[in-house]
Design a binder for this molecule. Structure first.
Ligand SMILES: *[C@@H]1O[C@H](CO)[C@@H](O)[C@H](O)[C@H]1NC(C)=O
Length: 272
């Protein structure tokens, strides 16, 4: 029994390390909603892959506070999908400053820190060797005391009908405002395949931000269904999960919740 338990856990852990699961997708989706990035920055978000950004080897996991210096150079971006077929063709990658929770972007839009058309994905890694670099990656530089800014990295499918608007068809370096959604619509970009975000704060936060709720991964649909119909095992696992203390973007709490969800799933597999 114990060896079976360990085996199922190992299987589940190996799975989650290599390929995105439905639960991973739901977790990132829930993060974007709880951080109010959806619908403030992007109207909807229904990812088919999980995007990871590593800065000099340091993973910028969802919502994580990153040191400004560490995120200065361009990250290595990897993408893992539930179905690998969704990762062929051309893509557009962008990073924007979604500013603090509750920001109204108004007509000017958001600061663009990165924009490349025609990136491709090879073995799960985003490659820009044949990309059309419009805005070279520019690291975060939030004003001191302006609070934790959310830097959102977005990967859009770029169909062959894509046509860059005149003002962004040639390189425009430096950080400038643009209307992300208008750009996506006018250029004919496809689905937002994957996105992720990290936060950078400089100086002491003098703002008072709206409170956002934490993501409880064990309550997401996939965690519920993989924990089985009986509910009692998953129920007790969920109930014993630590209630996350509630700063926005609490990545550590989510990691714990993910672990609890995986454990609950493993346990129920054994019990079934
Ligand atoms: C990807 O972009 C390249 C360069 O613009 C183009 O030659 C190629 O046809 C595109 N591929 C697809 C599948 O759209």
């Amino acid at each position: 029994m114990i060896s079976v338990t360990l085996f199922s856990l190992a299987l589940l852990l190996a799975r989650s390390a290599n390929a995105a699961t439905q639960l991973d997708l739901e977790a990132i989706q829930a993060h974007f909603t709880q951080a109010l990035i959806v619908p403030a920055l992007i109207p909807t978000f229904d990812p088919t892959a999980v995007l990871s950004a590593a800065f000099s080897g340091a993973e910028a996991s969802t919502g994580k506070h990153m040191d400004q210096k560490a995120v200065g150079p361009k990250p290595v971006v990897t993408v893992s999908s539930v179905q690998d077929s969704s990762l062929s063709g051309n893509f557009t990658i962008a990073m924007v400053d979604a500013d603090v929770v509750g920001t109204d972007y108004g007509a000017d839009g958001v600061n663009r820190h990165w924009l490349e058309n025609g990136v491709t994905i090879s073995d799960g890694s985003v490659s820009d060797t044949s990309a059309n670099v419009i805005t070279t990656y520019a690291g975060p530089g939030p004003a001191s005391g302006s609070g934790p800014h959310r830097y959102v990295i977005l990967l859009y499918a770029q169909p062959s009908t894509f046509s860059a608007p005149a003002d962004l068809s040639a390189p425009v370096d430096g950080v400038h405002k643009f209307d992300l959604n208008a750009y996506v619509k006018d250029s004919g970009l496809g689905a937002l395949v994957a996105a992720n975000y990290f936060t950078v704060e400089v100086g002491t936060d003098s703002t008072s931000l709206p409170v956002t709720s934490a993501v409880i991964t064990s309550t997401l649909a996939s965690a519920q269904s993989s924990a089985g119909p009986s509910g009692s095992h998953s129920g007790s696992a969920s109930a014993s999960a630590p209630a996350p203390s509630n700063p926005p973007n609490n990545a550590v709490a989510v990691k714990i919740e993910m672990t609890v969800a995986v454990l609950a799933a493993g346990l129920s597999l054994v019990l079934l």
